[in-house]
Design a protein around this ligand. Structure first.
Ligand code: EPZ
Length: 438
């Protein structure tokens, strides 16, 4: 049921929020359970839409998924894995991009896979050419069908020497989930090495995989004939932690993010400090707060890990609208990730988007028609507005803008937020936000 939030702004957010397993790891570890000959246990699992979607897709394929009513831990038993009906897969896939990662595991388990056309956030074309290309190099036959792609490997999957044109997180996961049980050695150059990738490698290693991460983004996998179930506690969601940190800055608040891990947030913490945000780190989490005084503008360029993560820029742009001066953000990972600024401009922000690469290095989107650089002048007073949430992270930025604005905002499309932020309405209540749900 589509809810509508009516937010009365101007209230600093103060208090504590727990952050649990990373949205961008947990669904992938769930898919990895398909590769095992027995059951796996996944812990620190958040109650988010993406986990629900993958749970129903796994059950569709005969995997027994049970959830501990107290801890939320998942037990995933692939013993009776089977082919699912195309129409059913399509109905369950929703707007998630995870189904593409079922290819390798399903081919290893039952010799075939049907992947429905993918959904995901409206932040760019989100192609899957890298995924299909590496699957073909493993020996898979990829057929485009109405509504999706049918994939099989009559001669099995064999290790390959692969290079990614760009360090794609999803394509790297595709290779890891396919190569671990392929015959022979796979060498992947140009791999993504995000913390979520390293956690997936930890999951696969627990299952019996042999994976080494070499220098210069080279990952080498030695295929093994069998993998066993894992027992794993998912790493915390660094994107949710960074989102609440930006919320503290924008609302002049003070938020303790329980579970935040400094090691996954190094680039974010440096930028947060340069803007004028303050943070205190302890063994159980990080306290983020506005120390008073003015915020400083800066020049920011998103990048793959260990650079400043693209998922962190939308909530932080709201803080930059409150900085004293001109900031520049060059988004180099996605071509169309500034759509959310339209609502901020209606609220009073001063933001221009440009097609030039306004950063130190020219990126893949330079001199094409992608508005992938933003110039933000502040500080500007934000006023409440009617807002329809465009995507997950842009949506969170709209929420914190509305919480900081003077007056009332009416926010629709908030079910998109449920995809990646666990219990966010109760978290907002706990932080003292003044809002109603219709
Ligand atoms: C993952 O998306 C995350 N999603 C994204 O988080 C994150 O922003 C992104 O990685 C980058 O870190 C999940 O893990 C579910 P990519 P993914 O493949 O794997 C191009 C969020 O808000 N590309 O690394 O889909 C692509 O167009 C989401 O939590 C191809 O051209 O991202 C993009 O420009 C948003 N062809 C770049 O690579 C391909 O076949 C990076 O994409 C695949 C990707």
């Amino acid at each position: 049921m589509a809810s509508v939030l009516t937010i009365r702004g101007g209230v600093p957010l103060t208090g504590k929020v727990p952050v649990r397993g990373a949205k961008n790891l947990v669904p992938k570890a769930m898919v990895a359970s398909l590769l095992a000959s027995d059951a796996s246990v996944l812990r620190n699992v958040p109650e988010i839409r993406d986990v629900e979607i993958v749970t129903s897709l796994l059950r569709l394929h005969g995997v027994e998924v049970s959830k501990d009513p107290v801890t939320g831990d998942l037990t995933l038993d692939p013993t009776n894995v089977k082919t699912a009906q195309m129409k059913d897969i399509d109905a369950h896939a929703g707007d998630s991009r995870i189904p593409i990662l079922f290819c390798g595991p399903l081919i290893h388990a039952i010799g075939e896979a049907f992947i429905p056309d993918l959904g995901g956030c409206r932040i760019g074309d989100r192609p899957i050419d890298y995924h299909l290309d590496v699957l073909r190099q493993f020996g898979a036959i990829v057929d485009k069908r109405p509504g999706g792609i049918s994939i099989s490997a009559p001669k099995g999957l064999k290790g390959a020497k692969l290079t990614l044109p760009y360090p794609s997180v999803g394509a790297t996961e595709q290779v890891l989930l396919t190569a671990t049980r392929a015959e022979g050695i796979t060498e992947l150059s140009g791999a993504a090495i995000e913390p979520e990738i390293m956690d997936l490698i930890a999951v696969l290693q627990k299952m019996g995989a042999i994976i080494s991460v070499q220098t210069d983004r080279v990952i080498r996998i030695e295929g093994v004939p069998e993998l066993v179930g894992f027992n794993h506690r998912a790493l915390p969601d660094r994107n949710e932690a960074a989102s609440w940190a930006s919320a503290a800055l924008v609302t002049k608040g003070d938020i303790y993010v329980e579970g935040a891990n400094q090691g996954d947030l190094t680039a974010f913490l440096n930028t947060y400090r340069k803007i004028g945000g303050a943070f205190d780190i302890d063994d159980d989490g990080i306290r983020f707060y506005h120390p008073g005084g003015s915020l400083s503008p800066l020049v920011l360029e998103t990048d793959v890990h260990p650079g400043f993560m693209t998922d962190w820029q939308q909530p932080l742009v709201v803080a930059l609208t409150q900085a004293e001066g001109v900031s520049i953000v060059h988004e180099t990972v996605y071509e169309n990730r500034f759509g959310f600024t339209e609502a901020l401009i209606r609220m009073g922000a001063n933001i221009q988007v440009h097609r030039e690469c306004l950063g130190s290095i020219p990126c893949r989107f330079g001199q094409r028609n992608f508005l992938h650089s933003a110039v933000i002048s502040g500080p500007t007073q934000l006023s409440g507005a009617e807002i329809d949430i465009p995507d997950l992270r842009g949506g969170f930025s709209h929420l914190i803008a509305a919480l900081a604005a003077t007056g009332t905002s009416r926010v629709t499309g908030i079910e998109l937020i449920n995809r990646g932020y666990e219990h966010f309405q109760s978290k907002l209540e706990g932080l003292g936000a003044d809002f109603d749900v219709e």
